[in-house]
Design a protein around this ligand. Structure first.
Ligand SMILES: C[S@@+](CC[C@H](N)C(=O)[O-])C[C@H]1O[C@@H](n2cnc3c(N)ncnc32)[C@H](O)[C@@H]1O
Length: 237
């Protein structure tokens, strides 16, 4: 689709996505939407003013993104969804033209391998997060490595909302390219990335010292960040 043929009545996010994709259709899409939580006054909400990490989109806005338009006829979708919003996750997956098939579980662990209970949770202390897996079209199983890939990964948490890089290895081995990441924070080799932090991103709030951009930190900054982390960091679940 050329720039001029994009419907300017569409929401800005939809226009941006269509403009980025042009005529390209993606066989695998990974998305980590900026979900809005019901309890928006609580610190768990990512857009909470005091923490102001990033803006969020409501369910209707997320559902209306033209993901189906940029998907190949036969495609895979990996969709991160907070535990509290599982029903909404299924709705989004279906609105984007996919059928739910399975999920992957991310277990957030400490350095010593135990569950990292530093997050929040209204009913339970969440140490896991889900990636919903959906497909579109016929005969679209995972690639051969998928048949032996377990639906579980255990890694250490990094900054707020940051997801494990290990998931990209799983996606790239189990699903066909071309790959599109929606709501990406930073570029990635062999991927087309979209999102308002897709080009440049650095956490500008106090967080764990092993955050995703930590190689830019001095040791002193990292130690400082770790100190802040013990008092100020929550997780959006
Ligand atoms: C949950 S975070 C993604 C985290 C990412 N997967 C990671 O591991 O770092 C959601 C992202 O969506 C972005 N975002 C929020 N509103 C947006 C919009 N209207 N259009 C595009 N991106 C948006 C946020 O700035 C944020 O980078």
């Amino acid at each position: 689709m050329s720039h001029s043929s994009i419907d300017t009545a569409l929401p800005q996010a939809a226009q941006d996505l269509l403009e980025l994709c042009g005529d390209r259709k993606f066989s695998t899409i990974l998305a980590d939407p900026p979900w809005q939580f019901q309890n928006r006054t609580g610190k768990v909400a990512p857009e909470h003013r005091r923490l102001s990490r990033y803006g969020t989109m409501n369910l209707a806005e997320i559902m209306s993104l033209p993901v189906e338009q940029v998907s190949a006829d036969r495609a895979h979708l990996y969709l991160w969804v907070p535990n509290a919003l599982l029903p909404e996750g299924i709705k989004v997956l279906e609105a984007w033209g996919f059928a739910y098939k399975s999920n992957l579980v991310w277990h957030k662990i400490r350095k010593d391998g135990g569950p990292d209970g530093r997050g929040v949770g209204f009913y339970f202390r969440n140490v896991t997060e889900l990636v919903l897996f959906g497909v579109r079209g016929k005969d679209i199983r995972t690639l051969q490595p998928g048949r032996t890939q377990v639906n579980y990964l255990a890694t250490r948490k990094r900054e707020h909302s940051r997801k494990p890089d290990e998931l990209y290895d799983i996606v790239e081995s189990c699903s066909p390219g071309p790959f599109l990441e929606l709501f990406a924070r930073g570029p990635r080799k062999d991927w087309t990335v979209w999102g308002n932090q897709a080009e440049a991103y650095y956490p500008d709030w106090p967080t764990y010292s092993n955050h995703s951009q930590a190689r830019h930190n001095t040791n002193a900054e990292a130690e400082q960040a770790e100190i802040f982390a013990t008092t100020a960091t929550t997780s959006a679940q």
